[in-house]
Design a protein around this ligand. Structure first.
Ligand SMILES: [Zn+2]
Length: 603
Protein backbone atom coordinates (compact mmCIF):
# COMPACT_ATOMS: atom_id res chain seq x y z
CA UNK A 1 0.00 0.00 0.00
CA UNK A 2 1.68 3.21 -1.11
CA UNK A 3 2.60 5.44 1.83
CA UNK A 4 -0.79 5.47 3.61
CA UNK A 5 -0.76 3.84 7.05
CA UNK A 6 -3.31 1.04 7.31
CA UNK A 7 -5.09 2.61 10.26
CA UNK A 8 -5.59 5.79 8.31
CA UNK A 9 -7.08 3.83 5.41
CA UNK A 10 -9.45 2.06 7.79
CA UNK A 11 -10.62 5.32 9.27
CA UNK A 12 -11.31 6.90 5.89
CA UNK A 13 -13.39 3.87 4.93
CA UNK A 14 -15.34 3.79 8.18
CA UNK A 15 -16.14 7.50 8.09
CA UNK A 16 -17.31 7.56 4.48
CA UNK A 17 -20.75 5.99 4.60
CA UNK A 18 -21.29 4.06 1.40
CA UNK A 19 -24.93 5.10 1.09
CA UNK A 20 -24.00 8.80 1.19
CA UNK A 21 -21.17 8.39 -1.26
CA UNK A 22 -23.14 6.32 -3.77
CA UNK A 23 -26.02 8.78 -3.47
CA UNK A 24 -23.81 11.54 -4.83
CA UNK A 25 -23.57 9.67 -8.12
CA UNK A 26 -26.57 7.37 -8.36
CA UNK A 27 -30.15 7.77 -7.24
CA UNK A 28 -30.81 4.93 -4.80
CA UNK A 29 -34.03 4.18 -2.94
CA UNK A 30 -34.59 2.15 0.23
CA UNK A 31 -35.95 -1.31 -0.35
CA UNK A 32 -35.79 -4.29 2.00
CA UNK A 33 -32.64 -4.18 4.10
CA UNK A 34 -30.76 -1.91 1.74
CA UNK A 35 -30.97 0.49 -1.17
CA UNK A 36 -31.50 -0.16 -4.86
CA UNK A 37 -30.80 1.95 -7.93
CA UNK A 38 -29.82 1.82 -11.59
CA UNK A 39 -26.32 0.40 -11.92
CA UNK A 40 -23.74 2.99 -13.01
CA UNK A 41 -21.52 0.26 -14.41
CA UNK A 42 -23.85 -1.22 -17.00
CA UNK A 43 -26.87 -0.13 -19.01
CA UNK A 44 -30.14 -1.18 -17.44
CA UNK A 45 -33.76 -0.16 -16.98
CA UNK A 46 -34.60 -2.06 -13.82
CA UNK A 47 -32.70 -1.35 -10.66
CA UNK A 48 -30.37 -4.22 -9.82
CA UNK A 49 -27.66 -2.21 -8.11
CA UNK A 50 -27.77 -2.92 -4.39
CA UNK A 51 -26.12 -1.01 -1.56
CA UNK A 52 -25.99 -2.46 1.93
CA UNK A 53 -25.65 0.11 4.74
CA UNK A 54 -25.05 -2.65 7.31
CA UNK A 55 -22.22 -4.28 5.45
CA UNK A 56 -21.01 -1.10 3.73
CA UNK A 57 -20.67 -2.81 0.38
CA UNK A 58 -22.41 -2.62 -2.99
CA UNK A 59 -23.18 -5.31 -5.51
CA UNK A 60 -24.90 -5.35 -8.88
CA UNK A 61 -27.08 -8.37 -9.57
CA UNK A 62 -26.97 -7.51 -13.27
CA UNK A 63 -23.30 -7.19 -14.14
CA UNK A 64 -21.64 -8.54 -11.01
CA UNK A 65 -19.73 -5.36 -10.10
CA UNK A 66 -19.16 -5.06 -6.40
CA UNK A 67 -16.96 -3.62 -3.70
CA UNK A 68 -16.75 -1.11 -0.88
CA UNK A 69 -16.71 2.67 -0.88
CA UNK A 70 -13.12 2.82 -2.17
CA UNK A 71 -13.66 0.50 -5.09
CA UNK A 72 -16.87 2.33 -5.93
CA UNK A 73 -14.94 5.57 -6.31
CA UNK A 74 -12.12 3.84 -8.18
CA UNK A 75 -14.50 2.23 -10.65
CA UNK A 76 -16.75 5.20 -11.16
CA UNK A 77 -14.15 7.93 -11.34
CA UNK A 78 -11.75 5.51 -13.01
CA UNK A 79 -8.92 6.52 -10.74
CA UNK A 80 -6.24 4.61 -8.88
CA UNK A 81 -6.44 3.58 -5.25
CA UNK A 82 -4.29 6.44 -3.98
CA UNK A 83 -6.39 9.05 -5.77
CA UNK A 84 -9.60 7.46 -4.49
CA UNK A 85 -8.32 7.53 -0.91
CA UNK A 86 -7.37 11.20 -1.22
CA UNK A 87 -10.77 12.04 -2.63
CA UNK A 88 -12.60 10.23 0.17
CA UNK A 89 -10.42 11.79 2.85
CA UNK A 90 -11.03 15.23 1.41
CA UNK A 91 -14.76 14.53 1.32
CA UNK A 92 -14.92 14.13 5.11
CA UNK A 93 -12.30 16.80 5.75
CA UNK A 94 -9.75 14.32 7.03
CA UNK A 95 -6.14 15.48 6.71
CA UNK A 96 -3.57 13.34 4.96
CA UNK A 97 -1.78 11.04 7.39
CA UNK A 98 1.04 12.32 9.60
CA UNK A 99 4.37 11.83 7.98
CA UNK A 100 3.08 12.65 4.53
CA UNK A 101 5.42 15.36 3.44
CA UNK A 102 3.03 18.20 2.75
CA UNK A 103 5.65 20.64 1.54
CA UNK A 104 6.91 18.03 -0.90
CA UNK A 105 3.39 17.27 -2.13
CA UNK A 106 2.69 20.97 -2.62
CA UNK A 107 5.92 21.44 -4.51
CA UNK A 108 5.30 18.39 -6.70
CA UNK A 109 1.81 19.60 -7.42
CA UNK A 110 3.07 23.04 -8.43
CA UNK A 111 5.69 21.57 -10.69
CA UNK A 112 3.18 19.25 -12.26
CA UNK A 113 0.71 22.06 -12.79
CA UNK A 114 3.38 24.17 -14.46
CA UNK A 115 4.30 21.28 -16.73
CA UNK A 116 0.66 20.86 -17.71
CA UNK A 117 0.23 24.59 -18.28
CA UNK A 118 3.25 24.70 -20.60
CA UNK A 119 1.97 21.73 -22.58
CA UNK A 120 -1.46 23.29 -22.87
CA UNK A 121 -0.10 26.56 -24.17
CA UNK A 122 2.17 24.71 -26.54
CA UNK A 123 -0.70 22.56 -27.88
CA UNK A 124 -2.68 25.73 -28.51
CA UNK A 125 0.25 27.22 -30.38
CA UNK A 126 0.70 24.12 -32.57
CA UNK A 127 -3.02 23.96 -33.33
CA UNK A 128 -3.06 27.62 -34.31
CA UNK A 129 -0.08 27.07 -36.61
CA UNK A 130 -2.03 24.44 -38.45
CA UNK A 131 -4.78 26.91 -39.28
CA UNK A 132 -2.41 29.64 -40.45
CA UNK A 133 -0.94 30.09 -43.95
CA UNK A 134 2.40 28.57 -42.99
CA UNK A 135 0.61 25.40 -41.86
CA UNK A 136 -1.13 24.95 -45.20
CA UNK A 137 1.01 22.00 -46.30
CA UNK A 138 0.34 20.19 -43.04
CA UNK A 139 -3.38 20.89 -43.22
CA UNK A 140 -3.49 19.70 -46.82
CA UNK A 141 -1.64 16.57 -45.79
CA UNK A 142 -4.18 15.78 -43.05
CA UNK A 143 -7.09 16.49 -45.37
CA UNK A 144 -5.56 14.22 -47.97
CA UNK A 145 -5.65 11.48 -45.37
CA UNK A 146 -9.37 11.99 -45.07
CA UNK A 147 -9.56 13.87 -41.76
CA UNK A 148 -12.25 16.51 -41.31
CA UNK A 149 -12.30 19.66 -39.19
CA UNK A 150 -14.13 17.96 -36.32
CA UNK A 151 -11.46 15.29 -35.97
CA UNK A 152 -8.67 17.86 -36.11
CA UNK A 153 -10.36 19.68 -33.26
CA UNK A 154 -11.21 16.78 -30.93
CA UNK A 155 -7.69 15.39 -31.21
CA UNK A 156 -6.23 18.90 -31.00
CA UNK A 157 -3.91 18.17 -33.91
CA UNK A 158 -1.29 20.78 -34.70
CA UNK A 159 1.72 21.72 -36.74
CA UNK A 160 5.25 22.52 -35.59
CA UNK A 161 6.64 24.90 -38.18
CA UNK A 162 10.01 24.51 -39.82
CA UNK A 163 11.68 26.97 -37.44
CA UNK A 164 14.22 26.41 -34.67
CA UNK A 165 12.57 28.72 -32.18
CA UNK A 166 8.83 28.86 -32.94
CA UNK A 167 7.54 27.23 -29.77
CA UNK A 168 10.51 28.53 -27.79
CA UNK A 169 9.80 32.19 -28.56
CA UNK A 170 6.06 31.82 -28.20
CA UNK A 171 6.30 30.28 -24.73
CA UNK A 172 9.04 32.59 -23.54
CA UNK A 173 6.77 35.41 -24.61
CA UNK A 174 4.23 34.00 -22.15
CA UNK A 175 6.80 34.23 -19.36
CA UNK A 176 8.24 30.71 -19.19
CA UNK A 177 11.99 30.30 -18.74
CA UNK A 178 14.49 28.28 -20.77
CA UNK A 179 14.87 25.91 -17.88
CA UNK A 180 11.14 25.26 -17.59
CA UNK A 181 10.77 24.60 -21.31
CA UNK A 182 13.72 22.20 -21.32
CA UNK A 183 12.27 20.34 -18.36
CA UNK A 184 8.91 20.04 -20.10
CA UNK A 185 10.62 18.57 -23.15
CA UNK A 186 9.42 21.31 -25.49
CA UNK A 187 12.98 22.30 -26.32
CA UNK A 188 16.32 20.50 -26.57
CA UNK A 189 19.75 21.71 -25.55
CA UNK A 190 22.91 21.41 -27.56
CA UNK A 191 25.47 21.82 -24.81
CA UNK A 192 28.45 22.09 -27.16
CA UNK A 193 27.05 24.94 -29.13
CA UNK A 194 25.35 26.30 -26.04
CA UNK A 195 22.11 26.54 -27.91
CA UNK A 196 18.47 25.73 -27.06
CA UNK A 197 15.98 25.02 -29.83
CA UNK A 198 12.55 23.48 -30.55
CA UNK A 199 12.26 19.68 -30.26
CA UNK A 200 9.54 19.44 -32.91
CA UNK A 201 10.18 21.03 -36.30
CA UNK A 202 8.18 20.65 -39.50
CA UNK A 203 6.01 17.92 -38.06
CA UNK A 204 2.34 17.15 -37.63
CA UNK A 205 1.68 17.28 -33.89
CA UNK A 206 -0.44 14.79 -31.93
CA UNK A 207 -1.04 15.92 -28.35
CA UNK A 208 -1.00 13.06 -25.84
CA UNK A 209 -3.94 13.60 -23.52
CA UNK A 210 -4.89 11.62 -20.41
CA UNK A 211 -8.44 10.78 -19.28
CA UNK A 212 -8.57 13.92 -17.16
CA UNK A 213 -8.03 15.94 -20.32
CA UNK A 214 -4.51 17.00 -19.33
CA UNK A 215 -1.91 17.29 -22.08
CA UNK A 216 1.10 15.18 -21.08
CA UNK A 217 3.26 15.52 -24.15
CA UNK A 218 3.36 15.33 -27.92
CA UNK A 219 4.01 13.00 -30.76
CA UNK A 220 5.33 14.52 -33.97
CA UNK A 221 5.15 12.91 -37.40
CA UNK A 222 6.99 13.92 -40.55
CA UNK A 223 5.01 14.51 -43.74
CA UNK A 224 7.61 13.01 -46.07
CA UNK A 225 10.00 10.07 -45.86
CA UNK A 226 12.55 11.70 -43.59
CA UNK A 227 13.54 10.01 -40.35
CA UNK A 228 12.63 9.53 -37.62
CA UNK A 229 9.07 9.17 -38.83
CA UNK A 230 7.73 9.71 -35.31
CA UNK A 231 9.23 11.72 -32.49
CA UNK A 232 7.77 11.81 -28.96
CA UNK A 233 8.18 14.02 -25.91
CA UNK A 234 10.76 12.54 -23.53
CA UNK A 235 9.76 10.80 -20.31
CA UNK A 236 9.86 13.01 -17.23
CA UNK A 237 8.72 12.80 -13.60
CA UNK A 238 5.24 13.81 -14.76
CA UNK A 239 5.03 11.91 -18.04
CA UNK A 240 5.82 8.31 -18.78
CA UNK A 241 5.19 6.83 -22.20
CA UNK A 242 4.90 3.35 -20.76
CA UNK A 243 1.82 4.04 -18.62
CA UNK A 244 -0.30 6.19 -20.93
CA UNK A 245 -2.25 5.51 -24.10
CA UNK A 246 -3.04 7.72 -27.06
CA UNK A 247 -6.78 8.22 -27.61
CA UNK A 248 -7.93 6.84 -24.26
CA UNK A 249 -9.46 10.17 -23.21
CA UNK A 250 -11.90 9.86 -26.12
CA UNK A 251 -12.47 6.10 -25.87
CA UNK A 252 -13.32 6.53 -22.18
CA UNK A 253 -16.29 8.71 -23.14
CA UNK A 254 -17.96 5.86 -25.02
CA UNK A 255 -20.75 4.47 -22.83
CA UNK A 256 -21.10 1.63 -22.37
CA UNK A 257 -17.51 0.91 -23.38
CA UNK A 258 -17.77 -2.75 -24.27
CA UNK A 259 -14.35 -3.12 -25.83
CA UNK A 260 -11.19 -1.28 -26.74
CA UNK A 261 -9.25 -1.58 -29.98
CA UNK A 262 -5.50 -1.32 -29.71
CA UNK A 263 -3.67 -0.21 -32.85
CA UNK A 264 -0.04 0.60 -33.60
CA UNK A 265 -0.08 4.23 -34.70
CA UNK A 266 -1.61 7.58 -33.87
CA UNK A 267 -2.97 7.87 -37.43
CA UNK A 268 -4.74 4.52 -37.03
CA UNK A 269 -6.48 5.75 -33.88
CA UNK A 270 -7.59 8.94 -35.59
CA UNK A 271 -8.73 7.16 -38.70
CA UNK A 272 -10.79 4.70 -36.68
CA UNK A 273 -12.46 7.63 -34.90
CA UNK A 274 -13.23 9.24 -38.20
CA UNK A 275 -15.06 6.08 -39.23
CA UNK A 276 -16.99 5.76 -36.00
CA UNK A 277 -14.76 3.43 -33.96
CA UNK A 278 -14.08 5.70 -31.00
CA UNK A 279 -12.81 2.81 -28.88
CA UNK A 280 -9.36 2.92 -30.48
CA UNK A 281 -6.15 3.55 -28.53
CA UNK A 282 -2.43 3.24 -29.31
CA UNK A 283 0.78 2.94 -27.34
CA UNK A 284 3.14 5.91 -27.44
CA UNK A 285 5.75 4.68 -29.86
CA UNK A 286 6.83 1.74 -27.68
CA UNK A 287 5.75 -1.87 -27.32
CA UNK A 288 2.74 -2.55 -25.12
CA UNK A 289 3.57 -2.67 -21.41
CA UNK A 290 1.91 -4.42 -18.48
CA UNK A 291 0.88 -1.05 -17.04
CA UNK A 292 -0.85 -0.10 -20.26
CA UNK A 293 -2.63 -3.45 -20.37
CA UNK A 294 -3.86 -2.95 -16.80
CA UNK A 295 -4.98 0.55 -17.70
CA UNK A 296 -7.05 -0.88 -20.54
CA UNK A 297 -8.48 -3.54 -18.26
CA UNK A 298 -9.79 -0.80 -15.98
CA UNK A 299 -11.86 0.56 -18.82
CA UNK A 300 -12.94 -2.60 -20.57
CA UNK A 301 -12.46 -6.34 -20.13
CA UNK A 302 -12.35 -6.97 -23.87
CA UNK A 303 -9.55 -5.79 -26.15
CA UNK A 304 -9.23 -6.20 -29.92
CA UNK A 305 -5.67 -6.19 -31.16
CA UNK A 306 -5.63 -4.52 -34.57
CA UNK A 307 -1.95 -4.35 -35.39
CA UNK A 308 -0.58 -4.10 -38.91
CA UNK A 309 -0.77 -7.16 -41.12
CA UNK A 310 2.98 -7.10 -41.83
CA UNK A 311 5.56 -9.30 -40.13
CA UNK A 312 6.52 -6.73 -37.51
CA UNK A 313 2.86 -6.18 -36.66
CA UNK A 314 2.27 -9.90 -36.26
CA UNK A 315 5.29 -10.31 -34.00
CA UNK A 316 4.03 -7.43 -31.86
CA UNK A 317 0.61 -9.08 -31.73
CA UNK A 318 2.10 -12.27 -30.29
CA UNK A 319 3.76 -10.29 -27.50
CA UNK A 320 0.73 -8.13 -26.78
CA UNK A 321 -1.52 -11.20 -26.50
CA UNK A 322 0.14 -12.59 -23.39
CA UNK A 323 0.56 -9.19 -21.76
CA UNK A 324 -3.14 -8.43 -22.18
CA UNK A 325 -4.20 -11.87 -21.05
CA UNK A 326 -2.07 -11.65 -17.92
CA UNK A 327 -3.66 -8.29 -17.14
CA UNK A 328 -7.04 -10.04 -17.16
CA UNK A 329 -8.29 -8.91 -20.57
CA UNK A 330 -10.26 -11.08 -22.96
CA UNK A 331 -8.31 -10.74 -26.17
CA UNK A 332 -9.45 -10.89 -29.79
CA UNK A 333 -7.04 -10.62 -32.70
CA UNK A 334 -8.06 -8.93 -35.94
CA UNK A 335 -6.39 -10.03 -39.13
CA UNK A 336 -6.02 -7.72 -42.10
CA UNK A 337 -5.63 -8.93 -45.68
CA UNK A 338 -2.56 -8.18 -47.83
CA UNK A 339 -0.44 -6.90 -44.94
CA UNK A 340 -2.59 -3.78 -44.67
CA UNK A 341 -2.92 -1.64 -41.55
CA UNK A 342 -6.28 -0.56 -40.03
CA UNK A 343 -6.08 2.84 -41.73
CA UNK A 344 -5.61 1.21 -45.17
CA UNK A 345 -8.43 -1.24 -44.56
CA UNK A 346 -10.88 1.52 -43.62
CA UNK A 347 -9.95 3.61 -46.65
CA UNK A 348 -9.98 0.77 -49.15
CA UNK A 349 -12.88 -1.30 -47.87
CA UNK A 350 -14.88 0.94 -45.53
CA UNK A 351 -16.10 0.70 -41.93
CA UNK A 352 -18.60 -2.09 -42.53
CA UNK A 353 -15.87 -4.39 -43.71
CA UNK A 354 -13.82 -3.40 -40.68
CA UNK A 355 -16.78 -4.39 -38.50
CA UNK A 356 -16.92 -7.74 -40.26
CA UNK A 357 -13.24 -8.30 -39.55
CA UNK A 358 -14.00 -7.62 -35.89
CA UNK A 359 -16.69 -10.30 -35.98
CA UNK A 360 -14.26 -12.69 -37.59
CA UNK A 361 -11.47 -11.91 -35.13
CA UNK A 362 -9.76 -14.82 -33.40
CA UNK A 363 -9.51 -15.66 -29.73
CA UNK A 364 -6.06 -15.85 -28.18
CA UNK A 365 -5.83 -19.63 -28.52
CA UNK A 366 -7.28 -19.72 -32.04
CA UNK A 367 -4.80 -17.08 -33.14
CA UNK A 368 -1.82 -18.87 -31.67
CA UNK A 369 -2.89 -22.17 -33.22
CA UNK A 370 -3.46 -20.59 -36.61
CA UNK A 371 0.03 -19.06 -36.53
CA UNK A 372 1.53 -22.46 -35.67
CA UNK A 373 -0.37 -24.03 -38.52
CA UNK A 374 1.18 -21.58 -40.94
CA UNK A 375 4.63 -22.46 -39.66
CA UNK A 376 4.34 -26.22 -40.14
CA UNK A 377 3.90 -28.41 -43.17
CA UNK A 378 1.01 -30.65 -42.24
CA UNK A 379 1.55 -32.85 -45.27
CA UNK A 380 4.58 -34.48 -43.68
CA UNK A 381 4.67 -36.64 -40.57
CA UNK A 382 7.45 -34.54 -39.06
CA UNK A 383 5.43 -31.41 -39.66
CA UNK A 384 2.39 -32.94 -38.00
CA UNK A 385 4.33 -34.09 -34.95
CA UNK A 386 6.08 -30.74 -34.52
CA UNK A 387 2.80 -28.92 -34.92
CA UNK A 388 1.03 -31.15 -32.39
CA UNK A 389 3.86 -30.67 -29.89
CA UNK A 390 3.77 -26.90 -30.26
CA UNK A 391 -0.03 -26.89 -30.12
CA UNK A 392 0.04 -28.84 -26.85
CA UNK A 393 2.18 -26.06 -25.42
CA UNK A 394 -0.51 -23.53 -26.35
CA UNK A 395 -3.36 -25.72 -25.10
CA UNK A 396 -1.67 -26.17 -21.73
CA UNK A 397 -2.60 -22.53 -21.13
CA UNK A 398 -6.32 -23.26 -21.45
CA UNK A 399 -7.72 -23.60 -17.96
CA UNK A 400 -11.21 -24.63 -18.91
CA UNK A 401 -11.14 -28.37 -19.57
CA UNK A 402 -14.26 -28.39 -21.74
CA UNK A 403 -12.74 -25.75 -23.95
CA UNK A 404 -9.47 -27.66 -24.05
CA UNK A 405 -11.24 -30.88 -25.04
CA UNK A 406 -12.90 -29.14 -27.95
CA UNK A 407 -9.54 -27.93 -29.25
CA UNK A 408 -7.98 -31.35 -28.85
CA UNK A 409 -10.78 -32.98 -30.81
CA UNK A 410 -10.26 -30.46 -33.60
CA UNK A 411 -6.56 -31.26 -33.65
CA UNK A 412 -7.30 -34.96 -33.68
CA UNK A 413 -9.40 -34.72 -36.80
CA UNK A 414 -7.05 -32.25 -38.46
CA UNK A 415 -3.92 -34.33 -37.92
CA UNK A 416 -5.19 -37.85 -37.60
CA UNK A 417 -3.23 -38.19 -34.37
CA UNK A 418 -4.77 -40.03 -31.43
CA UNK A 419 -5.97 -37.48 -28.91
CA UNK A 420 -4.50 -39.58 -26.08
CA UNK A 421 -1.03 -38.54 -27.26
CA UNK A 422 -1.96 -34.87 -27.19
CA UNK A 423 -3.48 -35.17 -23.71
CA UNK A 424 -0.29 -36.83 -22.47
CA UNK A 425 1.85 -34.10 -23.94
CA UNK A 426 -0.29 -31.41 -22.29
CA UNK A 427 -0.12 -33.19 -18.92
CA UNK A 428 3.66 -33.30 -19.18
CA UNK A 429 3.90 -29.57 -19.95
CA UNK A 430 1.55 -28.73 -17.12
CA UNK A 431 3.55 -30.79 -14.67
CA UNK A 432 6.65 -28.91 -15.74
CA UNK A 433 4.91 -25.55 -15.41
CA UNK A 434 3.77 -26.54 -11.97
CA UNK A 435 7.29 -27.30 -10.91
CA UNK A 436 8.48 -23.95 -12.21
CA UNK A 437 5.64 -22.11 -10.52
CA UNK A 438 6.42 -23.84 -7.28
CA UNK A 439 9.98 -22.56 -7.43
CA UNK A 440 8.79 -19.06 -8.18
CA UNK A 441 6.28 -19.05 -5.39
CA UNK A 442 8.83 -20.03 -2.80
CA UNK A 443 11.10 -17.21 -3.83
CA UNK A 444 8.58 -14.39 -3.49
CA UNK A 445 8.42 -14.25 0.27
CA UNK A 446 5.97 -14.94 2.99
CA UNK A 447 2.87 -13.04 2.01
CA UNK A 448 3.26 -12.85 -1.72
CA UNK A 449 1.36 -15.34 -3.76
CA UNK A 450 1.95 -15.44 -7.48
CA UNK A 451 -1.08 -16.51 -9.40
CA UNK A 452 -0.35 -19.58 -11.47
CA UNK A 453 -0.76 -18.79 -15.11
CA UNK A 454 -1.73 -22.36 -15.64
CA UNK A 455 -3.73 -23.37 -12.65
CA UNK A 456 -4.12 -26.92 -13.73
CA UNK A 457 -4.71 -29.03 -10.67
CA UNK A 458 -8.41 -29.66 -10.55
CA UNK A 459 -9.38 -29.14 -6.95
CA UNK A 460 -12.10 -31.15 -5.36
CA UNK A 461 -15.17 -28.92 -5.47
CA UNK A 462 -15.64 -29.64 -1.76
CA UNK A 463 -12.46 -27.91 -0.73
CA UNK A 464 -12.97 -24.95 -3.05
CA UNK A 465 -16.38 -24.35 -1.60
CA UNK A 466 -15.07 -24.80 1.92
CA UNK A 467 -12.38 -22.20 1.31
CA UNK A 468 -14.97 -19.74 0.08
CA UNK A 469 -17.16 -20.43 3.13
CA UNK A 470 -14.23 -19.75 5.43
CA UNK A 471 -13.53 -16.47 3.69
CA UNK A 472 -17.18 -15.54 4.04
CA UNK A 473 -17.26 -16.45 7.75
CA UNK A 474 -14.01 -14.68 8.42
CA UNK A 475 -15.29 -11.22 7.49
CA UNK A 476 -18.41 -11.37 9.61
CA UNK A 477 -17.31 -9.84 12.87
CA UNK A 478 -14.32 -10.37 15.09
CA UNK A 479 -15.60 -13.47 16.90
CA UNK A 480 -16.00 -15.46 13.70
CA UNK A 481 -12.78 -14.05 12.33
CA UNK A 482 -10.81 -15.16 15.37
CA UNK A 483 -12.31 -18.66 15.20
CA UNK A 484 -11.47 -19.12 11.54
CA UNK A 485 -7.96 -17.73 11.90
CA UNK A 486 -7.29 -20.06 14.80
CA UNK A 487 -8.64 -23.03 12.85
CA UNK A 488 -6.45 -22.20 9.86
CA UNK A 489 -3.24 -22.27 11.84
CA UNK A 490 -0.68 -24.23 9.84
CA UNK A 491 -2.92 -24.36 6.77
CA UNK A 492 -2.56 -22.28 3.62
CA UNK A 493 -5.63 -21.76 1.48
CA UNK A 494 -5.01 -22.84 -2.08
CA UNK A 495 -6.66 -19.89 -3.73
CA UNK A 496 -4.11 -17.03 -3.54
CA UNK A 497 -6.87 -14.44 -3.21
CA UNK A 498 -8.41 -16.28 -0.27
CA UNK A 499 -5.05 -16.63 1.40
CA UNK A 500 -4.46 -12.92 0.91
CA UNK A 501 -7.77 -12.33 2.68
CA UNK A 502 -6.60 -14.46 5.58
CA UNK A 503 -3.49 -12.28 5.92
CA UNK A 504 -5.57 -9.09 5.84
CA UNK A 505 -8.00 -10.38 8.45
CA UNK A 506 -5.12 -11.41 10.70
CA UNK A 507 -3.69 -7.93 10.47
CA UNK A 508 -7.07 -6.26 11.12
CA UNK A 509 -7.62 -8.41 14.22
CA UNK A 510 -4.21 -7.51 15.50
CA UNK A 511 -4.36 -3.80 14.77
CA UNK A 512 -8.00 -2.94 15.34
CA UNK A 513 -9.59 -5.98 16.96
CA UNK A 514 -12.33 -5.46 14.41
CA UNK A 515 -13.19 -7.04 11.06
CA UNK A 516 -15.79 -6.24 8.45
CA UNK A 517 -16.34 -6.83 4.76
CA UNK A 518 -15.74 -3.19 3.90
CA UNK A 519 -12.52 -3.02 5.90
CA UNK A 520 -11.13 -6.14 4.27
CA UNK A 521 -11.91 -4.81 0.80
CA UNK A 522 -10.13 -1.56 1.48
CA UNK A 523 -6.84 -3.43 1.64
CA UNK A 524 -7.29 -4.89 -1.83
CA UNK A 525 -6.31 -2.91 -4.87
CA UNK A 526 -7.16 -5.23 -7.73
CA UNK A 527 -10.62 -4.60 -9.10
CA UNK A 528 -11.16 -8.20 -10.16
CA UNK A 529 -10.14 -9.48 -6.74
CA UNK A 530 -12.60 -7.15 -5.04
CA UNK A 531 -15.32 -8.27 -7.36
CA UNK A 532 -14.62 -11.91 -6.68
CA UNK A 533 -14.68 -11.38 -2.93
CA UNK A 534 -17.93 -9.43 -2.95
CA UNK A 535 -19.40 -12.28 -4.93
CA UNK A 536 -18.45 -14.64 -2.12
CA UNK A 537 -19.76 -12.26 0.53
CA UNK A 538 -23.14 -12.40 -1.21
CA UNK A 539 -23.44 -16.16 -0.89
CA UNK A 540 -25.77 -17.48 1.76
CA UNK A 541 -24.38 -20.14 4.04
CA UNK A 542 -26.70 -22.66 5.62
CA UNK A 543 -25.77 -24.23 8.90
CA UNK A 544 -27.31 -25.10 12.26
CA UNK A 545 -24.26 -24.88 14.43
CA UNK A 546 -21.48 -22.54 13.45
CA UNK A 547 -18.76 -24.54 15.22
CA UNK A 548 -19.66 -27.79 13.50
CA UNK A 549 -19.89 -25.96 10.19
CA UNK A 550 -16.50 -24.38 10.75
CA UNK A 551 -14.79 -27.63 11.59
CA UNK A 552 -16.38 -29.32 8.54
CA UNK A 553 -15.02 -26.56 6.34
CA UNK A 554 -11.55 -26.78 7.89
CA UNK A 555 -11.59 -30.53 7.40
CA UNK A 556 -12.44 -30.16 3.74
CA UNK A 557 -9.73 -27.60 3.24
CA UNK A 558 -7.13 -29.83 4.84
CA UNK A 559 -8.25 -32.72 2.66
CA UNK A 560 -8.07 -30.51 -0.42
CA UNK A 561 -4.47 -29.70 0.36
CA UNK A 562 -3.58 -33.37 0.72
CA UNK A 563 -5.46 -34.16 -2.48
CA UNK A 564 -3.42 -31.57 -4.31
CA UNK A 565 -0.17 -32.97 -2.99
CA UNK A 566 -1.35 -36.39 -4.04
CA UNK A 567 -2.11 -35.23 -7.57
CA UNK A 568 1.28 -33.59 -7.90
CA UNK A 569 3.03 -36.73 -6.68
CA UNK A 570 0.94 -38.86 -8.96
CA UNK A 571 1.84 -36.85 -12.03
CA UNK A 572 5.52 -36.93 -11.11
CA UNK A 573 5.33 -40.71 -10.80
CA UNK A 574 3.46 -41.02 -14.10
CA UNK A 575 6.20 -39.08 -15.86
CA UNK A 576 8.88 -41.31 -14.33
CA UNK A 577 6.92 -44.39 -15.39
CA UNK A 578 6.78 -43.14 -18.93
CA UNK A 579 10.29 -41.79 -19.28
CA UNK A 580 12.15 -44.46 -17.38
CA UNK A 581 13.23 -44.51 -13.77
CA UNK A 582 16.67 -43.00 -13.42
CA UNK A 583 16.69 -42.80 -9.65
CA UNK A 584 15.03 -45.90 -8.14
CA UNK A 585 15.42 -44.62 -4.58
CA UNK A 586 13.61 -41.43 -5.35
CA UNK A 587 10.93 -43.42 -7.16
CA UNK A 588 10.43 -45.66 -4.15
CA UNK A 589 10.19 -42.76 -1.75
CA UNK A 590 7.66 -41.04 -3.98
CA UNK A 591 5.55 -44.18 -4.02
CA UNK A 592 5.74 -44.41 -0.27
CA UNK A 593 4.71 -40.80 0.13
CA UNK A 594 1.80 -41.42 -2.20
CA UNK A 595 0.70 -44.37 -0.13
CA UNK A 596 0.75 -42.28 3.02
CA UNK A 597 -1.30 -39.55 1.42
CA UNK A 598 -3.82 -42.07 0.14
CA UNK A 599 -4.11 -43.40 3.64
CA UNK A 600 -4.67 -39.94 5.10
CA UNK A 601 -7.39 -39.25 2.55
CA UNK A 602 -9.25 -42.47 3.28
CA UNK A 603 -9.49 -41.82 7.00
ZN1 LIG B 1 -24.36 -3.50 -13.05
Amino acid sequence: MPWFPEDWIDEVVVRNDIVDVVNQYVEIKPRGRGYFGLCPFHNERTASFHVSPERQIYHCFGCGEGGNVVSFIMNLERIEFVEAMKLLAERIGMPLPEGTNRERIRQDRNEKQQFLDINKECARYFHQNLMEPNGKDALDYLKSRGLDARILRIFGLGYASNKWDGALNHLKGLGYTDEQLLKAGITVENAEKNRIYDRFRNRIIFPIINVRGEILGFGGRVMDDSLPKYLNSPDSPTFSKSINLFGLHLAAKVRPLEYLIIVEGYMDVISLHQYGFSQAVATLGTALTTEQAKLMRRFSPEVYIAYDGDTAGQAATMKALDILRDAGCRVRVMQFPNKLDPDDVLKQYGPEYFGKLMDKSLSLIDYKLSKLREEHDLNTTDGKVDFATAAAQVLAEVNNSIERDAYIQELESLLGIRSRAIYDQIARIQAMNRKQNKGQRNSTGKYRYTKNKTRTVVLKPGSVKAEAHLVNLMVQGKTNAAKVIKGLEGLTLQDPLYQQTVVIVQSLLKRKGEVSEALVLSHMEDKEDIRKLVDIFQQEMEYDNIDTFLSDCLNNVAKGIIERQRQELQSEITIMDREGIEDPDKYKSLLKELQQLNHKLST
